[in-house]
Design a protein around this ligand. Structure first.
Ligand SMILES: Cc1cc2nc3c(=O)[nH]c(=O)nc-3n(C[C@H](O)[C@H](O)[C@H](O)COP(=O)(O)OP(=O)(O)OC[C@H]3O[C@@H](n4cnc5c(N)ncnc54)[C@H](O)[C@@H]3O)c2cc1C
Length: 470
């Protein structure tokens, strides 16, 4: 079977594969006119919903309103790869800005966050197909292997004593990736079904008494006001939890760049196909390429695999239903078959894309401006499934401190709190920069694969510098 046969029946878009089994949710009622609350949360993804959850748990009398433009889980929280893991964007920069000890505290908090999500999901009866298999990242070229070893040591130096380094044979005992020469594994990770988590969370917060309005786009956030076409909600605290869609809000066009990530999901694999691959531990799987991939073995035994397609659309445009270009689907399929040659010809059931938010310095942040009552959390780049939970607990502490209901906490002193960064460049510089960066990463990967040298391509370092990543 050729790759075009494999994609003949592929569903393209439909928000994401994760909705294919459950169907898209029936939306909740929109806002019905002007209203007031104690806290307004804009955005019904993990950040907004976790924040509502923790605030309501801490202060059950708070009147909390969530305003969501479409339906909860419409954004990245309903489209991601389901890696619940301890990575946080910007940690190394925070170490440079605030000292190593502060960054180690942030990392430790992230490690605990993986446990926290698993714990709360269990406690609240959110059945999200969570499997704690850890995270396995593989190297397939000499250059990737040296990066892998350096990465492994770097992570251990942040206190991950339980991280393990594997050679080719031990890697194959876990997952048989063609040409894998080594891997690093951390137990601080789990696989999950993103939609089951986000729709479960929305139901939990509603049960706790949070008001959730869907089909309610916020057009502007002002101090103590969230403005929508159906009315304005006034509250002492307004929290922006809009991640990759932030550019659509008035005055926020250059705040966080909406970066695309795309995925495919195969048909369920047969027992014979799994026997050739292994992957019994259901680790989440990634690699050390500059234009990296990420994958999971789903609860129903498919492979869901993602990577960067068309990274960015001119003018910070965001997509709507997740439709993905044919060239991107082909490129992801190529990675799938390069990793697992025995799967050549396997059917792709679904392809989709989503947007994530990228700040100019690639550092995730949680902020509450005490003079205006405006708060926000995001800029997670590609690591938000766990980070959103830590961000939400931190927003809770900031709001409770600001309203005099609590004091400072361990979380309010983490180095990512109240971090400010400049905006992205205007177009066309923004578009040209991001296109150039990803073209350079792909060229660097090709060069490394061809050269067989153990050194990272200088091209990738140039792209990192241009992008402001390091
Ligand atoms: C394809 C893909 C794969 C990914 N894989 C992983 C992974 O495996 N592991 C990982 O850690 N991270 C991953 N991520 C990132 C992760 O999914 C996100 O960081 C996380 O979901 C962000 O959650 P959020 O609530 O901040 O944003 P979102 O989930 O995007 O939620 C924002 C919400 O705000 C709503 N909204 C936006 N603007 C408005 C407005 N003006 N008015 C009202 N509502 C508004 C949107 O509709 C949306 O529902 C991936 C992202 C993508 C796109």
């Amino acid at each position: 079977m050729s790759s075009s046969d494999a994609m003949a029946g592929t569903v393209n878009g439909g928000i994401s594969f994760w909705y294919a089994q459950t169907g898209l949710p029936v939306p909740r009622e929109p806002l019905a006119g002007d209203a007031s609350a104690d806290v307004v949360i804009v955005g019904g993804g993990y950040t907004g919903l976790w924040t509502a959850y923790y605030l309501k748990k801490a202060a059950p009398d708070l009147r909390i309103v969530v305003l969501e433009q479409k339906f909860c889980g419409y954004g990245a929280s309903g489209r991601n790869g389901g890696w619940l893991y301890n990575g946080v964007a910007g940690r190394d920069r925070y170490a440079r800005l605030h000292g190593r000890e502060a960054a180690v505290r942030l990392q430790r908090a992230m490690n605990e966050t993986v446990d926290e999500v698993v714990r709360v999901a269990g406690e609240e009866g959110v059945e999200a197909d969570i499997h704690r298999g850890g995270v396995l990242e593989v190297a397939c070229t000499p250059a990737q292997l040296s990066r892998l070893r350096a990465f492994h040591e770097h992570e251990r130096a942040y206190g991950e004593d339980d991280r393990e380094l594997y050679g080719a044979r031990e890697t194959a005992e876990r997952i048989r990736v063609a040409d894998a020469v080594g891997s690093t594994w951390t137990p601080h990770g789990a696989r999950l079904n993103p939609v089951k988590l986000v729709t479960g969370l929305a139901a939990v917060v509603e049960r706790l008494g949070v008001t959730v309005h869907e089909l309610t786009p916020v057009t502007e956030i002002r101090p103590r006001q969230a403005v929508t076409p159906y009315g304005t909600v006034r509250a002492p605290h307004v929290l922006r939890c809009t991640e990759g869609f932030t550019a659509n809000l008035r005055g926020q066009r250059r705040t966080w760049l909406p970066m695309n990530s795309s995925m495919i999901a195969t048909a369920p694999l047969t027992a014979g196909q799994w026997a050739a691959i292994g992957w019994e531990g259901r680790e989440t799987l990634g690699d050390m390429a500059h234009a990296y991939m990420y994958a999971q073995r789903t609860a129903d035994d498919r492979i869901a695999l993602g990577g960067r397609g068309v990274p960015y659309r001119f003018g910070s445009r965001t997509d709507n239903d997740g439709r993905t270009q044919a060239a991107t689907i082909e490129a992801l399929y190529e990675i799938l078959v390069r990793f697992f040659p025995s799967l050549a010809g396997v059917r792709v059931d679904h392809a989709w894309s989503g947007v994530l938010g990228v700040p100019r310095d690639w550092c995730a942040t949680v902020t509450l401006d005490r003079s205006t009552g405006l708060g926000w959390a995001g800029g997670y780049v590609g690591s938000g499934v766990a980070t959103t939970n830590l961000a939400a607990r931190t927003l809770r502490d900031l709001v409770l401190r600001d309203s005099g209901q609590a004091g400072s906490t361990e979380l309010t002193s983490l180095p990512w709190v109240n971090h400010r960064v400049r905006k992205w460049e205007p177009e066309p510089l923004r578009w040209a920069g991001v296109q150039g960066m990803y073209a350079t990463y792909r060229a660097a990967d090709r060069r490394e694969a061809a050269s067989n040298k153990g050194e990272s391509s200088r091209l990738a370092r140039v792209a990192d510098r241009v992008a402001g990543r390091h």
